[in-house]
Design a protein around this ligand. Structure first.
Ligand code: 5GP
Length: 131
């Protein structure tokens, strides 16, 4: 089966701006950044999505979290950041290889609130759970 883009980046077969790599994870800048700092962190093991992690993958998951903290510090994200993974169709995952978006940065395009639904949908959701 042909490798996908993140497998090729992980294996050094496609170029990427790699900001961190160790035995368990590879982190590189998103090609279409949504925020001033937008870095993708992947496990070095092929795992398709969050839905596919197993107990034995704990070491990869902990390294993703620890590297996120380290990279955020190195990138100057001193006022906070967000770590996101999109899972599956409804999560709008596009690349079928587990990845976490580390996003943040100051300036013209600050992060908004986490979920930006139209106000009417939010009201409906709130009402549903107030009953
Ligand atoms: P998803 O929607 O699957 O969570 O996010 C996939 C991300 O991968 C997108 O933000 C997209 O810009 C990024 N991406 C897609 N192809 C490439 C590539 O070839 N190189 C890099 N660095 N990022 C990519």
């Amino acid at each position: 089966m042909e490798k996908n883009i993140f497998e090729k980046i992980r294996d050094g077969e496609e170029p990427a701006d790699i900001v961190f790599k160790n035995e368990y994870v590879t982190a590189f800048r998103d090609i279409y950044p949504d925020t001033p700092i937008h870095i993708l962190i992947i496990p070095n093991k092929t795992i398709r999505s969050l839905d596919d992690i197993e107990e034995e993958d704990g070491i990869y998951m902990s390294n993703i979290m620890l590297s996120a903290k380290k990279i955020a510090k190195e990138q100057g994200l001193n006022n906070g950041y967000r770590l996101i993974t999109n899972c599956g169709k409804n999560g709008h995952q596009v690349v079928p290889y587990l990845h976490f978006h580390l996003v943040g940065g100051e300036g013209e395009f600050p992060l908004g609130k986490m979920i930006t639904l139209p106000k009417t949908s939010k009201q409906k959701f709130k009402l549903k759970f107030e009953i």
